[in-house]
Design a protein around this ligand. Structure first.
Ligand code: MLC
Ligand code: AMP
Length: 481
C-alpha cells in the first residue's frame, strides 16, 4: 500500500499514469509522489503534529502525503497568513515543526524541507480510520479560527462518496488552481485524485486563462472562478470538451450557471460541503442539475431541517421537505470531522447527539430530496471569493489598532466575490478619517490575519446603528452599505 488513502484500483493504475500530479512547473508520477512522500515521512520521527506552509507547489503535496502516510497530523497554513493568525494556528494545533515549503515566518519551530528527488520505499503501518489526519482552521462568527479535526476515515469516506456521485475514476484529469489550505483545493482537489486515481493539474491560480489552456476532464472552482470564466467567452468555450464542471464552497449565482451552460454546453455540477463536514451534498453525474440548488445527499449522508434554534427548535424536530420551509440544515455521515481541536464546548454546540452536525446554513429540501442553501443563520459569517471569514475576527483585529474606537464588519453582496468585506469604523479621538487611514487599517488586517480577510471598503461613520440593548444592528448597516 503506497498511500493510506489510496484504493487498490488507484494503485493498479499507477504504472499507467506517468504524470500523476503536475503543479508549479513540476510533474511527478504516482511512484514519484509516493517515493518522495515516504522519504519525507522518514524525517518526521517523533513528530505528532506538523505544519505545512501550503503554497501551491509539489513540496506541499509531498509534505502532506508524507505526513499522512506516517500517521502525523497535518496542519496546512495559508502562506499569506499574518502574524497573529499564524501564531494562533501554530499554538492552538500544537504543531512541532514545519514540513515542506519554507515558511514565511517559522515562529520558532524547526523546518524540515522535503527533498523532492529523494525516494524511499519502506512501508508504513496504515493509520487506523479514526486516526486524526488533518487540522484545518476555519473562522467562526467570533474569536480566532477553530481547528477542525478530520480523520483518515472521514476523508476516505468523503472522497469515495464523491467518486460514486460523479463516477470519478482513474481516467479523469482534474484541473484546478484553488488554494491548498482548505477542503476544496487540498482534500478534494489533491487527495481526491491521489485516492481515486487519474491525474491532477494544478494551475497555480484559478484564472480563466489557466483553465482554458489546461486540458482536463473535471474542473473545480468556487463561484467567483466560474463567474470570471463566464465573463471570458473564449476561455469558457474551451472547457466544452470536459466531462464535469464543478462549483462549490459558496452559492453559485443562477445567472452564472446559465451563462456557463450557454458557452460550454455543460450545466455545472454544484456541491456543498464545509471544513467540518468535508462534502455532503451534490448533483449527480446522471441526475438533475438545478440552478440555485446543491443536489442530493451523497451516499451515507442523511439530512434534516431544524427550526432556527433562536426560535426554540430542538435537534429532534424535522421540518417539512416541501421545497419552501426554511430551517437550519443538519447533516450526518461518515465524512464528518470529529470536532474542534481542544474546544469541547464549541464542539458540543455544533456536533449534536445522534451524530448530527449543525451547519449554521439555512436551507430548504424539496420532496425529491434536492437541497437549496438560502443563506447563513448568522450575518457574522461572510463568504468572500469562497473564503469563510468571521466578522468578529476582523472586528477584534481592527479594535487592536489605536485609530479605531468602534467597528462593525459586514458582508455586502458582490457580483464577483459573492460578498465583499466592509468595515464601518468610528475613529478614536485624534485620528482623521480618510483614505490614508483606510489604507492603514486594511494593511493592518493583512499583516495580522491574511490577505483575503482585508476589508475591501472602510466606511467611516459617526456612530454605529444599535438596538435598544446597545447591540450593533448589522442589518441596518447592510442596508446602508
Ligand atoms: C484583495 N486585493 C485587495 C484587497 N483584497 N487590495 C486592496 N485591498 C483589499 N481589501 C487585491 C488582491 O491582493 C489581488 O491583487 C487583487 O486585489 C484581486 O483580488 P481578488 O479580487 O480577491 O481576486 P483574486 O486574488 O484573484 O482571488 C479570487 C479567487 C480567490 C477566487 C482566486 O478568492 C480564491 O482563491 N478563492 C478560493 C477560496 C477557496 O478555495 N475556498 C474553499 C474553502 S473550502 P493581486 O496583486 O494579487 O492581483 C470550503 C468547503 C467546500 O468552502 O464546500 O468546498
Ligand atoms: P468553509 O468552512 O470555508 O468550508 O465554508 C463552509 C460554508 O460554505 C458552508 O457552511 C456554506 O455556508 C458554504 N457553502 C459551501 N458550499 C456551498 C454551496 N454549494 N452553496 C452555498 N453555500 C455553500
Amino acid at each position: 500500500m503506497l498511500f493510506p488513502l489510496l484504493t487498490p484500483s488507484a494503485v493498479a493504475a499507477a504504472s499507467d499514469v506517468p504524470d500523476t500530479v503536475a503543479v508549479d512547473g513540476l510533474s511527478f508520477s504516482r511512484a514519484d509522489v509516493a517515493g518522495a512522500a515516504i522519504a519525507a515521512a522518514e524525517r518526521l520521527g517523533g513528530v505528532r503534529v506538523v505544519a505545512v506552509e501550503a503554497t501551491p507547489s509539489m513540496a506541499t503535496v509531498i509534505a502532506v502525503v508524507g505526513a499522512l502516510m506516517a500517521g502525523v497530523v497535518v496542519v496546512p497554513v495559508p502562506p499569506d497568513s499574518g502574524i497573529a493568525e499564524r501564531r494562533h494556528v501554530l499554538d492552538d494545533s500544537g504543531a512541532q515543526g514545519w514540513l515542506g515549503p519554507e515558511p514565511a515566518e517559522a515562529c520558532g519551530l524547526p523546518h524540515l524541507p522535503v527533498r523532492l528527488y529523494a525516494r524511499s520505499w519502506h512501508s508504513h503501518p496504515r493509520p487506523p480510520a479514526d486516526h486524526p489526519a488533518m487540522i484545518l482552521y476555519t473562522s467562526g462568527t467570533t474569536g480566532a479560527p477553530k481547528g477542525v479535526v478530520s480523520t483518515h476515515g472521514s476523508i476516505a469516506a468523503g472522497l469515495d462518496a464523491l467518486a460514486a456521485a460523479w463516477r470519478w475514476t482513474a481516467s479523469d484529469v482534474l484541473v484546478h488552481g484553488l488554494p491548498l489550505f482548505h477542503v476544496h483545493g487540498l482534500v478534494l482537489g489533491v487527495l481526491g485524485p491521489l485516492r481515486l486515481g487519474g491525474r491532477l493539474v494544478h494551475t497555480g491560480r484559478p484564472t480563466p486563462e489557466a483553465y482554458a489552456r489546461t486540458d482536463g476532464t473535471m474542473y473545480f472552482g468556487v463561484p467567483t472562478v466560474w463567474s470570471r470564466i463566464a465573463a471570458d467567452e473564449d476561455s469558457a468555450r474551451s472547457l466544452a470538451g470536459a466531462r464535469l464542471l464543478v462549483s462549490g464552497s459558496a452559492p453559485l449565482p443562477e445567472s452564472v450557471f446559465r451563462r456557463i451552460a450557454d458557452l460550454t454546453g455543460h450545466e455545472i455540477v454544484e456541491r456543498y460541503g464545509s471544513t467540518e463536514t468535508l462534502i455532503t451534498l451534490s448533483a449527480r453525474v446522471d441526475g438533475e442539475r438545478r440552478a440555485g440548488w446543491v443536489g442530493l445527499p451523497l451516499d451515507g449522508v442523511e439530512t434534516m431541517l431544524r427550526p432556527d434554534p433562536e426560535s426554540g427548535g430542538t435537534g429532534g424536530d424535522d421540518l417539512p421537505h416541501d421545497g419552501e420551509t426554511i430551517g437550519e440544515l443538519l447533516v450526518r455521515g461518515p465524512m464528518l470531522g470529529v470536532g474542534y481541536h481542544g474546544r469541547p464546548e464549541a464542539t458540543a454546540e455544533s456536533w449534536l447527539p445522534g451524530g448530527w452536525f449543525a451547519t449554521g446554513d439555512a436551507a430548504v429540501i424539496d420532496a425529491d430530496g434536492m437541497h437549496r442553501i438560502v443563506g447563513r443563520l448568522s450575518t457574522d459569517l461572510i463568504k468572500t471569493g469562497g473564503f469563510r471569514v468571521g466578522a468578529g475576527e476582523i472586528e477584534s483585529c481592527l479594535l487592536d489598532h489605536d485609530a479605531v474606537a468602534e467597528v462593525a464588519v459586514v458582508g455586502v453582496p458582490d457580483d464577483d466575490l459573492g460578498q465583499r468585506i466592509v468595515a464601518a469604523v468610528v475613529t478614536a479621538s485624534g485620528y482623521d478619517a480618510g483614505d490614508d487611514l483606510a489604507e492603514s487599517l486594511i494593511g493592518h488586517v493583512a499583516e495580522q490575519l491574511s490577505d483575503h480577510k482585508r476589508p475591501r471598503v472602510v466606511r467611516f461613520v459617526d456612530d454605529l446603528p444599535r438596538n435598544a440593548m446597545g447591540k450593533v444592528t448589522k442589518k441596518a448597516l447592510l442596508d446602508e452599505s
